[in-house]
Design a protein around this ligand. Sequence first.
Ligand code: GUN
Length: 281
Amino acid sequence: MAKLIDGKLISAQIKDEVKAEVSKLKESGVTVSLAVIQVGADPASSVYVRNKKKACEYCGIESLSYELPEETTEEELLDLIRELNKRADCNGILVQLPLPKHINEERILDEISPLKDVDGFHPVNVGCLSIGKPGFVSCTPAGVIELIKRSGYEIAGKECVVIGRSNIVGKPMAMLLLKENGTVTVTHSKTADLKAVTKRADILVVAIGKPKMIDASYVKDGAVVIDVGIHRDADNKLCGDVDFESVEPVAEAITPVPGGVGPMTIAMLMKNCLTSVELQK
Ligand code: GUN
């Protein structure tokens, strides 16, 4: 039986640590605040945004909420970001994705001050990560590192394989594992013999976007398996990119879906709000 890596528990610990830090800052007269911007009313985005604001409330972080209509223009959104970039009472800026099709996402994300970019999506922060300078790190991959470390698994010297090369998960994931001195391989849809590579992994991070694709035949005995995917299966039940029933008997440890990586993203966002105060000093 694999050890279950409990993202709910670990994310709760992190939020409690943030809450304690925020409270200390408050005593010294510093408030922490996050602007959360949603354009339109995509139902999944509304759930994420609500959960982000709830986490802020729990941690004592002030949330400045902007729920803008679907028809908001790119210029209007850029103006709001420019205003928030200047405001001293706003430490972090989060623009919930996806944006409506008439808005150029890249242009919006590039406008956010790198010092307030709590999502870690700005090219300056992506660059800082790749050369080991302080900056914001994308929340999901940062959460994966916390899951591995806080579950007691060493990364240094281990064969780490990442499946997926997205800008939000795969690429920063590889950079973070490298920073922890893992030996890192990134695989993707064009990888010639995926199984041959994943079978080498001591730590396997799966962010491929295909429900239950990774079964035991991809996994080395005793591997630590982290599943970043989230989907609904044929029975409308939540599942990941990993076929849990198949992989669980061979893995040393595995994250469940739900309750694995998912809750970590918001916990790391809260941590990044603290980082924003540090970076803005
Ligand atoms: N939409 C889905 N995931 C994310 C995320 O991590 N950050 C933002 N801003 N939007 C998202």
